[in-house]
Design a protein around this ligand. Sequence first.
Ligand code: BTN
Length: 317
Amino acid sequence: MTKAITEKNILHSSHKLNRATSPQREQPGRILEPAATVKHQTNHSLQDAHILNSHNRLIAEEITRELKTKIIGNNVIVLERTTSTMDTAKKLAHTCFNNGTVIFAEEQTKGRGRSDHSWSCPKYKGLLFTLLVKHNIQPDHLCLLTGTMAVSITETIRETLQLPAEIKWPNDILIGGKKVGGVLVEFEKGLKKQSIFLIGVGINVNLTEEDFPGQTRLPATSLAIENKEPINRIFLAKALLQDIDKWYSILKNDHYGYITDRWREFCVTIGEKLTLTDCGKEYTGKVIDISNNGGLMMKLENGEIKIFRGEHATIKY
Ligand code: BTN
């Protein structure tokens, strides 16, 4: 059975469950893997999305079992509770972590979203994780990383659940105009000043109508509401990590055109008339395309064509 672990375990535990349950001695100055850290094996056929494990808990060993990925999910950690998986990932970024490590949390006490918004989700009902990748992406291609993730999430929801997920540029995942997930990318300098991206993903999976009491910035929904039945989060996590791995390798190989093509296909923002803020200034116009770098191309009211970058621009609602 998987032992409940805390963030403290990750950074200080001497237990390693990778090979069964044999505890490992702590080595000074080195951060070891926690109890529920598992490296993946290979080859698994995705099974019925609707069968739930008896407690419907995320279990690291089950997520990694026969996971077909090259990088993503090289190491999977499941935390019962943390402030934010972004905080945990930030600490891990300063250790010798495995590239492609994914930290899931069943509960976040201070989850955060883009533009200083908070992100909350009831315990055991979401997929909340941060993925750590060592990547020397060019600064003007940064938005493509958000796009790569948004494309992966949307494609996974469409292909595994046959739900009509869409992307609101740059990082919102919607179904029927309601938000079901989002992406938050942060940057950290790790050991030896290595560039590390912390890619946070939040998906509302098994939330019910009662879990959305207040007015949110965007109307919100969950996959279970749209699907009309609960979803196996482990199944979804595996499918998503595999899809992220596929798109991330396309990004790494500089095939940006494939990413932007798929992004355009899923993007509801193209063709909309909207106002956005960029570096404190407001712009109104019609969205005409996503640029090759993942920027939002708009025809402004004065006829000027301008490209906005996802790191700076926020669409007004
Ligand atoms: C957004 O839509 O604004 C982005 C939401 C990102 C939420 C996820 S949940 C896991 C990770 N930890 C956080 O605190 N935020 C991201």
